[in-house]
Write a protein that binds this ligand. Sequence first.
Ligand SMILES: NC(=O)c1ccc[n+]([C@@H]2O[C@H](COP(=O)([O-])OP(=O)(O)OC[C@H]3O[C@@H](n4cnc5c(N)ncnc54)[C@H](O)[C@@H]3O)[C@@H](O)[C@H]2O)c1
Length: 437
Amino acid sequence: MNNQSSPKTVENAHIAVIGLGYVGLPLAIEFGKKYNVLGFDINADRVAELQVGKDRTQEANLKGLKTAMELKKKGRVGLSFSSTAEDLRPYNTYIVTVPTPIDQFKAPDLTPLIKASEMLGKVLEKGDIVVYESTVYPGCTEEDCVPVLERVSGLKFNRDFFAGYSPERINPGDKINTLTKIKKVTSGSTPEIADRVDALYRSIIEAGTHKAPSIKVAEASKAIENAQRDVNISFVNELSLIFDRIGIDTHDVIEAAGTKWNFLKYQPGLVGGHCIGVDPYYLAHKAQALGYHPQVILSGRRVNDHMGAFVADKVVKLMIQKDHKIKDSRALIMGITFKENCPDIRNTRVVDIYHELVQFGLSVDIYDPWADAVEVKHEYGLDIINEISGNVVYDAIVVAVAHNEFLKFDYKKVKRNNGVVFDTKACLDRDLVDGRL
Ligand SMILES: NC(=O)c1ccc[n+]([C@@H]2O[C@H](COP(=O)([O-])OP(=O)(O)OC[C@H]3O[C@@H](n4cnc5c(N)ncnc54)[C@H](O)[C@@H]3O)[C@@H](O)[C@H]2O)c1
């Protein structure tokens, strides 16, 4: 734990943030208010947008972005952007925030991390530090990334250059628990580097830091935060499958059980996104590599991955009970992002509902004012509608995401008289809905 007061700045730190997505951009902005910072991304379009103050993730504080960029124009600190690797050379502290997805077999895909490490190996100089923030399994920094840095740079780890790991805990769309308000776990490859990495983050994180005893501990801490959440949600999702058969409402049960002081009130739902539904596979991969086959972690994943199909099956059953002909009926799915009030569609499980309904022969529209239609087409090959015209009435409506706009929406206007409304988020008035998770 750290009780030390926060340093204003860490002397002689020139920071480059590699990967300017949901995680990297807010970080580059905060550091840019105090340090000389380069925000680097291989996506030249993203860099061009940021250079004119546009952030398509809607995660960054645009005022902060403007302030940090203006500072750079005036003096020694501030933020600028580039997609040219050579521009990284003058910096000495590299923070890597590139994606860590899984492949089609649900195994970690380290390609972005390895490519970023190869690129940094080319510009690394004596005394430099590379801090990884991407979510990984314990051991990844030192066993997978550092050897790449050593090989490409020709420098020796912990003599010529150093490493750190500081997991990111931001929650996209959450405007209260923002980067500087969340305590940050830090670590370094030597005690001195751990102190320096910790001081660096303490200089921008108002909530303070927790210096972990090793890089592996810091890596593991992040992996288990997300795995714990996934397993907890899988438990209530399983309850939902059971209570559906019993014919009672899961939320009613949770509300009743939640009156006990030590009951954890998790809610059932789809588990999508690039974190909760992905990171447990990183931990499982490491466990399997060491000869242990995780049971709780992977069974939780299986339950959660099944929920989209369950929702679709349930909707069809409810339609049959109301005497609907299923084939060529029309369904509307409200929301495709992986969570509410956020444009992120990565690994959204709403597509499972869509595909299952289509397999039943329904004609399905998806509406989401937060999602970028081009991105949805590119990622999933699906066309989403950009408005609900009112000319079409739907036999079934599935509220898949609790965007604020959907809470006030007049469902009666677009629902056939005996149509079915399924509320996966328990966010609508119960009189309006036929079923919920
Ligand atoms: N988004 C979150 O809420 C969140 C929270 C905690 C941790 N994380 C973790 O942080 C990491 C980054 O996630 P994100 O959501 O910011 O991803 P993102 O996809 O939003 O952004 C990643 C950026 O990295 C860029 N990039 C990819 N490969 C690169 C390379 N080789 N060099 C330079 N840039 C490269 C991409 O163009 C993209 O702009 C992941 O490991 C993720 O699991 C994310």
